[in-house]
Write a protein that binds this ligand. Sequence first.
Ligand code: MN
Length: 304
Amino acid sequence: MDFKPLSGREFPRFSGIKTFFRLPHAPLDADYDVGILGVPFDGGVSYRPGARFAPSRIREMSSLGRTYHWSREDHWANRLKVADIGDVSTVPLSIEQTYKKIEATVLPLVQKKKKILSVGGDHSTTLPLLRSFGKVHGPLRLIHFDAHLDTYPAAWDCEYHHGAFLRHAIEEGLVKEVVQFGIRGPLVSKEDLDFATKHKFKIFTMDNIRNTHLNEVLKTIPAFDATPTYITFDVDALDPAFAPGTGTPVPGGLTSYEAQRILRELQIPNFIGGDVVEVCPASDSSDITSLFAMDVLFEYLGMC
Ligand SMILES: [Mn+2]
């Protein structure tokens, strides 16, 4: 297997069987460096369902993906063996069973030192991914793009949902350091911030990002050391004008360009994996949210 994307100059980008970035679909045990994995599960959402359909739509839109990163001067397809490793088997009626299946699939890959980029699914799916990475590399640094803190308590007596993955990841000792981008109100109450304050999150709120010129904000991103680092990107970090296809939209978010600039600025010596979550194709317009999710994956490939 050559792990090269199908060339758009030989086979037009609307042709071919859809895989992430037109890469070969490889079995889990194939000899790739980076596996792109679909996680089609949305049983953890509190508002609009539909993220279970995101991996297939993002495969479709990633036909437009390219292989050379201009600002990083990096051609990932020449440097890495990357494959579409298919979808995790999920259980649409059970978050607990789905968590077990995600971890059973991903943990052995992480143990073999594979980098895994996952395509959700709702944000509840990040917890079993962090369990897999945290057990091998942890405790981790987490870079988290989101409108929401995702440190919330149980809802409807359900401990696990898409607004609680980060609280669990910290309580379980998987994550020791958090840097967030795109966070904004309104909150349910002032106490919503207590968990983030207690655990010393570094938060770039929307006000922090917009109060000065973007170039000045980028200079304040910390220089990261070699702590194993995972990035999770909830597309609701973007303003709904740029990412309407999402489960819990919040006005006043990042533009797609601001998000690209922040991602391009990140210098991560030990990037171990990442995910992009909460794309809801049924609420999207012209697939712009799926297209952006493809772009996040592209940025991750430049960091691998
Ligand atoms: Mn989230």
